[in-house]
Unconditional design. Structure first.
Length: 265
């Protein structure tokens, strides 16, 4: 007879450390926390709303890739921000978010790094992903910052082979409530870097494993719907784009331009 494992612990709002002015709402199930927060933003919700779900059933990553998580196995949440930074600095938001997640997890995962533009990795294994969407609202533009962190998934619960969870990497149980407080505190505390893009660029580049590697840049176009450019990732530029050196010169690509960035095989 197969034993049924005990249910994973629920998040505990009584113990959650919340940044000043931010409001956390926990739901049992949601199709997409980004969609929930976007609807609230369009209805006039103030900055600082955080919606987290114990079970996301139809989450989206970049390019509308579907992402579903087992119940209580992850931290899957979205934050409503209304940055007062200039419009040209908004492309830094996904990179700032990745840097904040990396900083929050670094004490548990010493080998954690950022893959440009929006993945958080342990070596080559994805432990967290980010989707930031800009929407128009009656109160002005808003950013919906979506974050998904694999916390306790087993190997057979992960969506792809090149994924991992914190518990798989550390071999120790993780208190999701405490971890959520750490991540929210990191994101809240590092928001000021959006007003200092050069400091953010330097901080991000320092923990970005893409830089210095030979990569394949998959772009829209070509007979099969994609074209691939190869080169060495050199740096992140002043707008958060990846600077790549190839045989025919140096070029840059923005996060919104690419389908994939993959190490050359």
């Amino acid at each position: 007879m197969t034993s049924v494992p005990p249910p994973r612990p629920a998040l505990d709002p009584e113990r959650l450390a919340t940044p000043h002015g931010w409001r956390v709402e926990i739901t049992d199930t949601a199709e997409s926390t980004n969609a929930v927060v976007a609807d609230r933003a369009r209805s006039g919700e103030d900055e600082g709303l955080v919606v987290i779900t114990e079970h996301q059933t139809a989450g989206r990553g970049r390019l509308d890739r579907v992402w579903e998580t087992p119940t209580r196995s992850s931290l899957t949440f979205s934050v409503l921000l209304r940055p007062d930074a200039p419009a040209q600095d908004w492309p830094w938001l996904p990179l700032l978010t990745g840097y904040a997640v990396q900083a929050a997890l670094a004490d548990r995962l010493p080998d954690i790094a950022l893959k440009w533009p929006n993945d958080v990795l342990v070596e080559e294994r994805k432990v967290a992903g980010i989707l930031v969407e800009r929407i128009d609202t009656p109160g002005g533009p808003a950013a919906i910052v979506g974050i998904g962190i694999n916390v306790s998934q087993s190997l057979d619960e992960l969506p792809v082979a090149l994924a991992t969870s914190i518990e798989l990497e550390t071999g120790e149980p993780v208190d999701r409530t405490s971890l959520l407080g750490q991540v929210l505190g990191s994101l809240h505390g590092l928001q000021g870097l959006l007003h200092d893009p050069e400091a953010l660029r330097a901080a991000y580049a320092d923990v970005c494993s893409t830089i210095g590697r030979e990569v394949d840049i998959h772009l829209p176009g070509g007979p099969d719907g994609q074209q691939v450019r190869r080169g060495e990732a050199l740096d992140i530029d002043a707008r958060g784009a990846l600077v790549v050196s190839s045989g025919d010169g140096t070029f840059t690509v923005g996060a919104g331009d690419v389908i994939h960035v993959r190490p050359q095989q």
